[in-house]
Ligand binder design. Structure first.
Ligand SMILES: [Zn+2]
Length: 234
């Protein structure tokens, strides 16, 4: 047995033990080196993400689906079980945050996790082509795109390129909503508003909405905490 294999077995054993102590939450979804990802329901997909994030938060990563076998199998065709619309921020990489591997997550990353036409088209493609049962719109603590949008709204002399302006335009309604709600911390509140708002926009999408209506797809919003690594579903 190689050192790496021995180490991963030890890690897995620890994760199961930790689950037992914590009330068995991890026992229902044990960390495994190889996991089938096709044919999942929206609920099963969400449970996988929650379990992966618990492993990440407790530094008991299993690194599923990263073997050579998985790589070769996925070359025949990908079977992602969730799409993630998340921020480009270098501190929020979905495969690490959810402890997943190859062919697991179909990811669109744009500053401020905004619903640009190209990003939405990618999510439509994943839903139709691969039957992805879950879309997560994930904002995160201290998002620079949201901070910049707030600054732009408050500075009449703010100048930005047309492209950065498009990002700010997409986030601005959430900053306004946080102000209207009387939030103490406008940026942190706007981050939640923005994740929820972008998810709402996706739910109204004519390609995605029928899939939600017949139970093939769920769209949820979430927020990532930079220090703890925890993903909270909103
Ligand atoms: Zn961000």
């Amino acid at each position: 047995m190689s050192d790496i294999t021995r180490r991963s077995l030890i890690t897995r054993g620890s994760a199961v033990a930790a689950g037992a102590v914590a009330g068995g939450g991890l026992l229902a979804t044990p960390a495994s080196a190889s996991e089938k990802t096709s044919g999942l329901t929206p609920g099963q997909a969400l449970a996988r993400l929650r379990a992966g994030n618990r492993r990440y938060v407790s530094s008991r990563m299993a690194g599923p689906n990263r073997s050579r076998g998985r790589r070769v199998a996925q070359a025949e065709g990908q079977t992602p079980f969730a799409s993630i619309l998340s921020c480009s921020d270098s501190r929020v990489p979905p495969e690490l945050v959810f402890d997943r591997g190859l062919g697991d997550l179909f990811i669109v990353r744009l500053a401020g996790n905004v619903t640009s036409p190209e990003g939405v088209g990618s999510l439509e493609f994943a839903a139709e082509e691969f039957g992805v049962p879950l879309i997560v719109v994930m904002g995160h603590e201290a998002c620079g795109a949201v901070k910049a949008t707030k600054a732009a709204l408050e500075d009449p002399n703010f100048k930005a390129s047309e492209n950065v302006g498009a990002l700010a335009k997409s986030i601005a309604p959430s900053v306004e909503a946080a102000k209207k709600a009387g939030a103490k911390d406008i940026v942190e509140s706007a981050i939640n508003f923005n994740a929820k708002r972008q998810a709402r926009i996706l739910r109204q999408n004519p390609i995605l909405a029928p899939r939600i209506a017949d139970g093939r797809l769920a769209i949820v919003s979430a927020r990532y905490d930079l220090e703890t690594g925890r993903v909270s579903f909103l």
